[in-house]
Design a protein around this ligand. Structure first.
Ligand code: SF4
Ligand code: SF4
Length: 386
């Protein structure tokens, strides 16, 4: 579980054109104050490592940031911090070093490739991007490489820009960056999607190119491809949340701690501008519905990759409706097919083609009906047969 501490809620200093937090800001649901004491009390109760998160966490007054980071260092050996990197000063870098902060940077590429992460004007956007790039370089040269999140869209992965993006990823590799998370564009606005989203076949081409690039890189790992292969092998102990069955109202992988100490969910599920409080018990209506609903009606019925994919992240559901499968279905299906072929060529039988698949699917569905969400690895170990 990732604990995301959000003193400022979704407040941010820039305005990414595709930001999934926009509905909350548009609804005016930003907190007017926060209480560090309430946050610390909650963190003591949870007693898990945490990540400072936003909006943009670097808008937090430095005395409060210092308190939270010191708490993270003393209790857990360090905290995570996810940022757009545009507000980081030299003294912040020193603070990160002294508090063993694990920094994550959200950036879509160098220079113009990051223009969708809009800072008010083109000149301000380019300045902000240059600053973020400099922060990445500095952290790497200090031996504390950040993790990087890249959202893929037309501006950074369309046409010739994919080569520029690939060159930059090679540069990050030489700098020593180890983790780059690739996000498909999650947009809740038809206008933004029309402007920025790659067509599904283009998205699949981009992902395939990046999968091929990963094989050339010595340091950077994109996570997603290895995780998908692990899922095809029934190994889901260490994979990301989108391959487990996520409940929008009780996101197991993410617990938010808001500025008043209340608990919330992963922000990707806040489609109607409300930061809902976390429901204490998970339920699996989404996965049960998808399993039984035809693909023509937004479900996943009959898909041989369902055990691995489960309709993917509800935050990416068609039309923002968590009951439906991911809008990126074609991308996931295509990548699973590629990896399935690779496993077969290596003499291994992927779960998608295993004679045991139907039996394991039935066990998973029966568990969801009872309100349980077992690991696929456990069901595979329990199942009988070849
Ligand atoms: S909504 Fe998506 S990103 Fe958030 S925890 Fe669930 S699967 Fe993960
Ligand atoms: S690949 Fe598509 S149809 Fe298959 S489980 Fe995933 S989202 Fe559903």
């Amino acid at each position: 579980m990732t604990v995301e501490v959000r003193p400022l809620g979704d407040k941010c200093n820039i305005k990414c054109r595709y930001c999934y937090q926009d509905p909350v800001r548009a609804a005016g649901n930003l907190p007017s104050r926060y209480d560090v004491g309430a946050i610390l009390t909650r963190l003591e109760q949870i007693d898990e490592p945490f990540t400072l998160f936003g909006g943009e966490i670097m808008m937090t007054p430095r005395a409060d940031l210092e308190t939270l980071l010191a708490f993270g260092r003393d209790r857990h050996g360090g905290a995570g911090l996810q940022t757009n990197g545009t507000l980081i000063e030299e003294e912040d870098l020193a603070r990160f070093a002294s508090h063993a902060v694990r920094v994550g940077i959200s950036i879509d590429g160098p220079g113009p490739l990051n223009d969708a992460r809009w800072a008010g004007s083109l000149a301000a956007t380019r300045r902000a991007t240059a600053r973020t790039e400099a922060v990445i370089e500095t952290l790497c040269r200090e031996g504390r490489p950040p993790s990087v999140i890249v959202t893929l869209h037309r501006l950074n992965a369309g046409g010739a820009n994919l080569e520029v993006l690939s060159g930059w990823l090679r540069f990050l590799d030489r700098l020593g960056v180890r983790r780059v998370r690739l996000h498909t564009l999650e947009s809740d606005s038809e206008a933004v999607s029309a402007d920025l989203a790659l067509a599904h076949d283009a998205s699949l081409v981009v992902m395939r190119r990046l999968a091929a690039l990963e094989a050339e890189l010595t340091s950077v790992r994109f996570d997603v491809f290895a995780e998908m292969e692990a899922m095809l092998c029934g190994q889901d102990r260490d994979v990301s949340c989108e391959f487990h069955a996520c409940d929008s109202y009780a996101t197991r992988a993410v617990t938010g701690v808001e500025g008043d100490g209340s608990l919330s969910n992963c922000g990707r599920t806040n489609k109607d501008g409300v930061v809902y409080q976390k429901t204490p018990r998970e339920a699996y209506e989404r996965q049960l519905g998808l399993y039984r609903t035809s693909q023509d009606h937004g479900g996943c019925a009959g898909c041989r990759f369902f055990l691995m994919c489960k309709g993917n992240c509800p935050g990416t559901a068609i039309g923002g409706d968590w009951r439906l499968r991911s809008v990126d279905c074609a991308v996931w299906f295509g990548l699973f097919e590629d990896l399935e072929g690779r496993l077969l060529a290596g003499g291994r039988t992927p779960l998608s083609l295993s004679p045991r698949r139907g039996e394991i699917e039935q066990s998973m569905v029966a568990a969801w009906e009872q309100g349980d969400n077992p690991l696929l690895a456990e069901l595979c170990a329990d199942s009988v047969g070849p």
